[in-house]
Design a protein around this ligand. Structure first.
Ligand code: GDP
Length: 445
C-alpha cells in the first residue's frame, strides 16, 4: 500500500509557526461553512427560488436583475429573470442572451453557504450526484399547485430525495413552493407536508431532520422576509433564510486525521510554481506541514496557503483552500482527485471496498467505473452481499442475490483495477457508472 513506497523528502521545509490550529479556529470564530444541494421536479421553481434568495440577500444587485428582466421581457418570459441569477446553463439564455458571472455563494449572520449545483440543467442527475456527494443538507422544492405536486412525487421528487439520502445526506428542508397559485391554502400545505413527511421517513430521514416552509419564490414570501399580511399570514414559522441559519453547526471532523481531496492543480509563477485547491474534508493544516499525496505515496509540504484568495496561516475541515506546495516535482505525482493527508495518519490505498448503494439500473456482478468526487477508477461489482430495507438498512430477502433492481438499496463489494489501489475510506460517498450512465450511488462502509 503506497505508504511503504514513500520516499524520504529532504527538501527544506517552509517555516512552521507551530500553531495550535484548533485553538486559532476557536479564537477566529469564523462563520460556519455549509454546502447544500437544491433538488426537486423540473419546473418546481428551484432556480427562481434561489435567484430570489440571492436577490433578497443583496448578493445580486437591482441593476443586474433589471437587466435580466429586460432581456427576459424581450423574449416574452419576464418571470425567468430571477431564475437566471443562478441558472447559467439554461437553454433560453443560450439563445443569444449573454450574462456575466452568476453566483452560488451567500452569507447569513451565522453561516457562509455554497449552493452546490445550479439547478435547471437538462443533464440534471449527474450534476446533482456531484452536488450531493459534497452536500451537508438538501433543499427539496415542491410545486404546491394542484396536480403538479402529485406528478412530481411520482417522478423526480422521490428519485432525488432517495438519491441524496443514499449518499449520506441527513437533513432536508422542504420548500412547499408556488403557494400563491393555490391562494395560500393552509390545507394544501398540510396535505403536502403529511405526504412528503411519510415518504421521507420511509426513505430513512429522521423526523427531527425534516422541516417544511410554505413559500412563493416568484413573489418572495417566507424566503428572506415573512409574509405577515393577507392570505399568507397564517404561517408563523421560520423563513427559509432563518431555517438555513437554524442549522446546528455541521459537526466538522476537525480533530480527525487530515483529508483533503485535490480539486484542481495550478502551475503558477516563480514564487509558487505548484499549487492545488480543494476542500478539507477532515482535520486541519498549517503552513509548514508535511503532507503525503495518495495514491502516489509521495511526501510534500505546505509552503503557504490561501483561503478565498487571502493568505492564511492555517485552515480547518469544511474550508476550501489553495495550498502552495513544495518540492516542485511533487507535480509529477499529483492528479485531480488525489487525497492529501498527514504522513503520520495516512489514508490507505485500497483495491476493494464495500458500499451501501441505491441502484438506478439493474446491478449484477458487472464492470463499473467508481467515482469519488473527481477521482475515478475502473473496476467491477464483485459481489452483491444483500438487498437492504430502505428505512432500517437491515438485509432482507435471500443472501447474495444475483441481481439488484432499480430503486433498491444493496450492500455490494467493488473490486478496482490496477495494482496500487486508490485512497478510499468510510464515510466517503461513491458513485458507480457504467456505459456513461449512473448505475448506483452510496456510502462506503
Ligand atoms: P426549475 O426548473 O425548478 O428551476 O423551475 P424555474 O425556477 O425555472 O420555474 C419554473 C416556472 O415556474 C417559471 O415559469 C417560474 O416563473 C414559475 N415559478 C417559479 N416559482 C414560482 C412561484 O413561487 N409562483 C408562481 N406562480 N410561479 C413560479
Amino acid at each position: 500500500q503506497g505508504v511503504e513506497a514513500m520516499k524520504v523528502d529532504d527538501t527544506p521545509r517552509a517555516k512552521s509557526k507551530n500553531l495550535d490550529v484548533l485553538a486559532e479556529y476557536e479564537k477566529a470564530k469564523t462563520k460556519n461553512a455549509a454546502n447544500f444541494v437544491v433538488i426537486g421536479h423540473v419546473d418546481a421553481g428551484k432556480s427562481t427560488l434561489m435567484g430570489r434568495l440571492l436577490y433578497d440577500l443583496k448578493v445580486v444587485d437591482q441593476r443586474t436583475i433589471d437587466r435580466y428582466r429586460k432581456e427576459a421581457e424581450k423574449m416574452g418570459k419576464s418571470s425567468f429573470a430571477l431564475a437566471w441569477v443562478l441558472d447559467q446553463g439554461s437553454e433560453e439564455r443560450a439563445r443569444g442572451v449573454t450574462i456575466d458571472i452568476a453566483t452560488n455563494k451567500f452569507e447569513t449572520e451565522k453561516t457562509a453557504f455554497t449552493i452546490l449545483d445550479a439547478p435547471g440543467h437538462r443533464d440534471f442527475i449527474p450534476n446533482m450526484i456531484a452536488g450531493a456527494s459534497q452536500a451537508d443538507f438538501a433543499v427539496l422544492v415542491i410545486d404546491a399547485n394542484t396536480g403538479s405536486f402529485e406528478s412530481g412525487l411520482k417522478g423526480q421528487t422521490k428519485e432525488h430525495a432517495l438519491l441524496v439520502r443514499s449518499m449520506g445526506v441527513q437533513r432536508i428542508i422542504i420548500v412547499v413552493n408556488k403557494l400563491d397559485t393555490v391562494a395560500w391554502s393552509e390545507d394544501r400545505f398540510t396535505e403536502i407536508s403529511t405526504q412528503v413527511s411519510a415518504f421521507l421517513t420511509a426513505a430513512g430521514f429522521l423526523s427531527k431532520n425534516i422541516s417544511f416552509i410554505p413559500t412563493s419564490g416568484l413573489h418572495g414570501d417566507n424566503i428572506a422576509r415573512r409574509s405577515t399580511e393577507g392570505d399568507a399570514a397564517w404561517y408563523k414559522g421560520p423563513t427559509l433564510v432563518e431555517e438555513l441559519d437554524n442549522s446546528e453547526p455541521i459537526a466538522r471532523a476537525l480533530s480527525k486525521p487530515l483529508r483533503l481531496t485535490v480539486g484542481d492543480i495550478f502551475r503558477g509563477g516563480v514564487q509558487n510554481p505548484i499549487s492545488i485547491s480543494g476542500r478539507i474534508e477532515s482535520g486541519s493544516l498549517q503552513a509548514g506541514d508535511a503532507l503525503l499525496a495518495q495514491p502516489a505515496g509521495q511526501k510534500c509540504f505546505i509552503k503557504a496557503l490561501d483561503i478565498d484568495s487571502e493568505p492564511s496561516d492555517w485552515a480547518v475541515a469544511g474550508q476550501n483552500v489553495t495550498l502552495h506546495l513544495g518540492p516542485h516535482d511533487i507535480e509529477q505525482h499529483l492528479k485531480v482527485g488525489d487525497v492529501l493527508c498527514s504522513p503520520k495518519e495516512p489514508i490507505a490505498n485500497v483495491r476493494e471496498f464495500t458500499a451501501k448503494v441505491l441502484a438506478f439500473e439493474f446491478l449484477t456482478p458487472m464492470s463499473v467505473d467508481m467515482h469519488r468526487g473527481r477521482l475515478h477508477t475502473p473496476g467491477r461489482i464483485r459481489e452483491i452481499i444483500a438487498v437492504l430495507d430502505k428505512g432500517t438498512g437491515m438485509p432482507m430477502g435471500k443472501k447474495k442475490p444475483r441481481i439488484v433492481k432499480p430503486g433498491q438499496v444493496a450492500r455490494v463489494v467493488v473490486e478496482l483495477e490496477g495494482e496500487g489501489g486508490v485512497p478510499l475510506e468510510a464515510p466517503g460517498r461513491v458513485v458507480l457508472r457504467g456505459n456513461g450512465e449512473t448505475v448506483a450511488a452510496g456510502l462506503l462502509e
